[in-house]
Design a protein around this ligand. Sequence first.
Ligand code: CA
Length: 230
Amino acid sequence: MSSVSHVVVIEDESTVQGVLKFHLERAGLRVSAFGTVEEALNSLEHADALVLDWMLPGESGLSFLRRLRADPELRKLPVLMLTARAAEAERVEGLETGADDYLTKPFSAAELVARVRALLRRTQAEVLQVLQVGPLTIDVSAAEASKDGIALNLTRREFDLLTFLATNVGRVYSRTDLLDRVWGADFLGGERTVDQHITQLRAHLGDDPTAPLFIETVRGKGYRMRLWNV
Ligand code: CA
């Protein structure tokens, strides 16, 4: 990597702030941590990602997120929202307001690092248009994927599914989520469609469903692309 990614953290609880900073720095990222939105404002211009706590003294994380998404300069800054509890309503509100992802406290270090890396990868993917997951290379702009340098002959939908999972590596998606995100809300087919495409994709990748190197089945939850770098 040519430069170290810079992550801004806004979290008022000093213990949590310390934990965030420690793990992200250990993952090789440059971190600037603040206790309020106001203190962080000047650092955001050069940030590559923002980890934003929901409950903050002064302006709340949610209110700030709303402002951020209306700001032409900062509109595209990837945001990972921290919530204190797994309240579905909060999660939905946060995502609707424009958070790219969310993390519920308490979180594990591996989960935090994976989520932040996924955000950074997504932004870099927009610039580079090439994703790398272990031996897989996904050229987003050319819509071509290869494994160990050998082209995979994927259909457009298989490619989109692979790209979505690879962009959000380590993250579990239910069949319904995948239908919404890859096929689109107006798609009329059922969840079997997802399973069929996963089966086809695994065949292309040479992935053994009982011991997959790439696409894991998470029982009762859905599918995820395995982490290769954490
Ligand atoms: Ca807080």
